[in-house]
Design a protein around this ligand. Structure first.
Ligand code: ZN
Length: 310
């Protein structure tokens, strides 16, 4: 079975050809930001056609930024792309002559763990991305959770800190994503610096100026910078609080962790998160690295095309 898998991010677009679960070829592009509502779908179709070389795929899986309206097959009102709302399923189905299965990126990724990854055989599992944002996907009682329009389990917007005052991109306060996602780490670092009682350091100086990037934070923590190490510990508590809520809500056997902030810094994140999770959580799921690492969403897109979720 030959399927097209699409990983549609706000900035980057990847389209891949899979043959029975094996990646054959992948094409990359920037996500079109202008050219009208159908420009994203048109780009997907033309990238897929050049991978297929004249063949027709058996199915297409699209793992997309949200929010989604699955009834219409559209991205609707996304804050991360200038087009805001645009159709995907209709024009891609028409352009490639094959059924299109559209899901939120993390929802597809958890399906990928179950169908193609090391979540095979599990009936209850989750996938969490810790990246520029924080999001998740869940399978409970062997069923993929979707929600009314396809946006269930927006776990990045769980409240994990009542007192931080950190305002989220969604407008809420104290959300997991507002505190610990890649985009928000410089702001959290600045907040943390404003009440820091320890010694000044390179990370502290950068944080005070609001320019402590996730890369610099974790690399300085690795070098023993006291401010960076303390902030990493705080962020691990935030992640553990989020995961404790996830465990309470969904009771998963395992949670797969992906996203670039996590994957590039697993050595500093996983041990601390495990320690705090054992303290915070009603029950502690197994934490596992995403089977396909940085390609978790792409494999998820392939998985929804190969074995569409019931
Ligand atoms: Zn939020």
């Amino acid at each position: 079975m030959r399927v097209i898998a699409v990983d549609l991010g706000a900035t980057n677009l990847r389209v891949a050809l899979f043959d029975d679960g094996s990646l054959v070829r992948v094409a990359r592009s920037r996500t079109p930001r202008e050219g009208g509502r159908e420009s994203v779908a048109r780009t997907i179709v033309s990238m897929a056609r050049s991978l297929l070389g004249g063949d027709r795929p058996d199915a297409v899986g699209i793992a997309s930024i949200g929010p989604l309206d699955l009834e219409r097959g559209w991205v609707v009102g996304t804050p991360n792309h200038p087009l805001r709302s645009f159709p995907l399923r209709g024009p891609v189905e028409e352009g490639l002559g094959a059924p299109v299965y559209l899901y939120n990126d993390c929802v597809a990724a958890v399906w990928g763990e179950k169908v193609l990854g090391s979540g095979r055989g599990m009936r209850d599992l989750g996938y969490i991305t810790i990246s520029s944002g924080i999001g998740g996907g869940f399978i409970v009682d062997d069923r993929l959770l979707i929600g009314r329009r396809g946006n269930a389990h927006e776990v990045g917007h769980m409240v994990v800190d009542l007192d931080s005052g950190a305002v989220c991109g969604c407008g809420g306060v104290g959300h997991w994503e507002a505190l610990a996602s890649g985009v928000n780490i410089p702001r959290t670092a600045a907040l943390y610096a404003s009440s820091w009682g320890g010694p000044a350091s390179r990370a502290y100086e950068a944080a005070r100026e609001g320019r402590l990037s996730p890369e610099a934070l974790y690399s300085l923590a690795r070098q023993g910078d006291p401010f960076a190490s303390s902030l990493v510990d705080y962020l691990n508590r935030v992640h553990a609080a989020g995961l404790a809520s996830v465990a309470a809500a969904y009771d998963p056997e395992a949670v797969f962790l992906g996203g670039s902030v996590y994957l590039n810094n697993e050595d500093l994140i996983l041990p601390g998160v495990k320690r705090y999770l054992a303290r915070y959580s009603i029950w502690v799921p197994e934490l596992r690295r995403a089977t396909y690492g940085h390609d978790a969403v792409l494999y998820g897109a392939a998985a929804v095309a190969l074995e569409p979720p019931g």
